[in-house]
Design a protein around this ligand. Sequence first.
Ligand SMILES: *Cc1c(COP(=O)(O)O)cnc(C)c1O
Length: 371
Amino acid sequence: MSMSAPAGATGVITVDLGALKSNWQTLAALVGRAECAAVVKADAYGLGADHVIPALKAAGCRTFFVATAEEARQARLLAPSAVIYVLDGLLPDSAPALADIGARPVLSTLDDVRAWAELCRARGRPLAAGLHIDSGLNRLGLPEAEVEAVAADADLLAAFELTLVMSHLACADDPDAAMNTAQHRAFERLRARLPTAPASLSASDGLMLGKPYHFDLVRPGYALYGGQAFQGGSTPVVPVVSLAVRVLQVHDVPLGETVGYSATWRAVQPSRIATIAAGYADGIPRHLSADSASEGGEVKIGGAICPVVGRVSMDLITVDITDAPQPVARGDWAELIAAELPIERVAKRAGTIGYEILTRLGRRFHRVYVE
Ligand SMILES: *Cc1c(COP(=O)(O)O)cnc(C)c1O
């Protein structure tokens, strides 16, 4: 494997920006007349907003969603003329900073709405903002009573420019969940009380539920990065991320000896073990540890997918390469995320979801961007 990483890099995350762009274009085509935005919160799901935002912009994306004011500031520098929505809405006193950079808060409480309206009055113009209404997730968004309070207050509504009414689905990954239709109905009912504005209900999985869920704008994040969370079929996206780490040592472990902290794995045959340069400090879940009784993670190494053995430690993982068809040597690359080892598979083994694997990949890994 050839890798344009600096000498001494212990691990390399390769981000395929060409795949990222084509994923956005595929989803944009899938939703037809609805606008396809991009969710780039948490440093573009850990992949590096400073590369991901320009690539998506080049692909044609005009609207970005971030979580925080700091993320909005970074996004604004990268995309000076894009529409930027801030999903966390307003914190007390954060409105002026958002207004200064032309970012649009997604207002999610009546207090948020009042604070934004007040700022608009002070500045003498109706600044754009989105409104997050709660359709049943009970996480963030105006409950019905607050939607009614906003709808009944003409002065409040006149103070700012309502550019998006959105809500968020709880069970979009499951196309059979009754909650999807219930939330769709609640969203329709609540937004009808408000002045007409572009509407958005769906993220990566919701857009896979079909046209009724597209409304005017969809907000995919995970799928753009190659994620396959939707359970009702495969999302038409390709992998974007791979992760390779260095082999530091290869050694033979005699029958009966143990490997790693707490001596949880014991060799039942003479074994060959590769130690690779990644650990829980790099976001590789400790739940990928394997003892003699239970399986853990997998690593592509020596031409095969080999099992993790023993504990995942802070900086190191041990892998049983006894049955690998090709020789493995110090300095070789071992793959933790690859075509055969998609993030969903890694996540399942660790008892988590691909989102968590992606967003926790550590800062020690070098990131390489290819087209
Ligand atoms: C994170 C988030 C998204 C993107 O979700 P994905 O499942 O990654 O597509 C969309 N909308 C809201 C409100 C979010 O919090």
